[in-house]
Design a protein around this ligand. Structure first.
Ligand code: PA5
Length: 443
């Protein structure tokens, strides 16, 4: 039995059996394409066997670097965007306490994932009397947002530590080429590799994610074990035994049946950034050729008080995938109050997690009755192992699902459009003609 349980019973009645059976055949084809590595984007399949084949020497160096950072820094600045940011951010948020940091970890602060001058200025102030190190993560080394942040905080590092600044910079980048690689070689930063065959959104279990995650005091051995267990569990060509195939199937079946949006739902706010990671994974992999399930997310019960109305009675084009965690990390009971003005004494002595569970069960029933099919993904607990397991589950399902949709799961040509416009408007050399055209359009 697999560590993760997938329940698709609440999708019944929302599709035709023929659609299901036709797509089931396609899922098998997609699974074979992925495993045989003969599909679109097959240069980027390094993640597929990564839990088995990862670079053990690099892994050891990551742990050593994390140890050093923890011994000489209060804060690690993790500078990166997109696939060079979301994996680590999602793991750190999920696997640190809500308030403060893990006992054996430093505070990991993410920057370079937007262009807010206020955030950067506030962060400079925050770091004034703190020791810090930088992990700059960029495969190309020229992405605008992280490059700007790196300039600013490298300057601060030099101001603070002078000639020793370079010893506090850890560069995660391409093995052979690129601006960051050139700078790291020249100035002697410790270097880690973004593997050539692993795209940004599939890279969390490489140095891209693992260094900041280890600095946050998270057990990366256990995370890799979780991924390896999932690798074994889903290395089976049988849809009744392989839930990654089944999940990919149901998403496509629902999509074909008019459910154009998938909302990933959690009942534990620690998972909010896991949804952000998931959104990049599926969005960048599938949103092509005018196709793709629109992905969105919500955290319940918070968002039931904002989105709940829309989900229950709005346009019927949505389905939900609910991540359910069986056992909370911590428990707390509801106390009795003599006055009982809020009428809640009927819950006195009950665990808060019990109330959360009933909220989940009640919501799922209501939403299904309201025309929103539900897929439930249950994991036993929140842990590094679970994180690694879920990452592999969703990555595999995503590859299969995108092939079934008929798109290349591993490119992202559309991301370039905004960059070109931004460069032209900013006056980057080489974009002069486009600059004039855009300025005219803006008038
Ligand atoms: O998934 C992707 O490829 C993107 O999100 C990239 O990771 C992102 O644009 C950052 O690129 P880079 O690592 O080259 O700075």
């Amino acid at each position: 039995m697999s560590y993760l349980k997938l329940d698709v019973t609440k999708t019944k009645g929302f599709y035709d059996e023929k659609v299901y059976l036709d797509l089931e055949k396609e899922i098998y084809k997609s699974y074979d394409t992925l495993r045989n590595k003969n599909g679109l984007g097959n240069d980027y399949l390094g993640w597929l066997d990564l839990p088995l084949d990862y670079d053990k020497d690099e892994f050891r160096r990551i742990k050593e670097a994390a140890k050093k950072i923890k011994s000489d820094s209060d804060v690690l600045l993790s500078i990166g965007i997109g696939g060079s940011y979301l994996g680590a951010k999602s793991a750190v948020e999920m696997l640190k306490p809500y308030f403060g940091t893990n006992k054996n970890g430093v505070e990991v602060i993410f920057v370079g994932n937007h262009i807010s001058s206020t955030y950067i200025a506030d962060l400079k102030d925050y770091l004034k009397d703190k020791d810090f190190s930088i992990n700059v993560i960029s495969k190309s080394g020229t992405t605008t947002e992280p490059s700007i942040a790196f300039r600013i905080f490298k300057d601060l590092l030099i101001e603070k530590y002078g000639n020793d600044a370079a010893k506090r910079i850890y560069a995660t980048t391409d093995k052979k080429k690129g601006a960051l690689k050139t700078e790291a070689d020249a100035l002697g930063y410790q270097e880690f590799v973004v593997p050539d065959d692993v795209g940004g959104r599939y890279s969390v279990l490489t140095a891209v994610g693992l260094l900041p995650i280890a600095c946050a005091g998270i057990d990366i051995d256990s995370m890799m074990e979780g991924a390896l267990t999932a690798h074994k569990d889903y290395n089976v060509r049988d849809i009744n035994k392989n839930d990654a195939m089944k999940y990919a199937l149901l998403r496509n079946v629902l999509y074909k049946s008019g459910k154009k949006l998938e909302m990933l739902v959690n009942y534990e706010p620690k998972l909010i950034y896991f949804s952000e990671w998931w959104k990049q994974l599926f969005g960048e992999s599938e949103g092509k050729n005018n196709k793709g399930i629109w992905i969105t997310s919500a955290s319940f019960s918070t968002d039931l008080h904002s989105l709940g109305q829309m989900i229950q009675q709005g346009e019927r084009t949505i389905f939900e995938t609910v991540i359910s965690v069986e056992k909370p990390e911590r428990e707390i009971k509801i106390n009795k109050e003599e006055s009982n003005l809020d009428g809640l004494n009927f819950l006195a002595g009950k665990d808060i997690s019990y109330v959360n569970k009933m909220a989940m069960e009640g919501t799922m029933l209501a939403h299904v009755e309201g025309g929103v099919p539900n897929i439930r993904v249950t994991v036993p607990e929140i842990s590094a192992f679970t994180y690694g397991y879920m990452v592999y589950f969703f990555e595999l399902a995503c590859g299969i699902s995108a092939y079934t949709l008929g798109v290349n799961p591993f490119d992202q040509p559309g991301v370039e459009s905004y960059k070109k416009n931004m460069f032209a408007l900013l006056g980057k050399p080489g974009y002069e003609e486009m600059h004039d055209e855009l300025v005219k359009k803006l008038k």
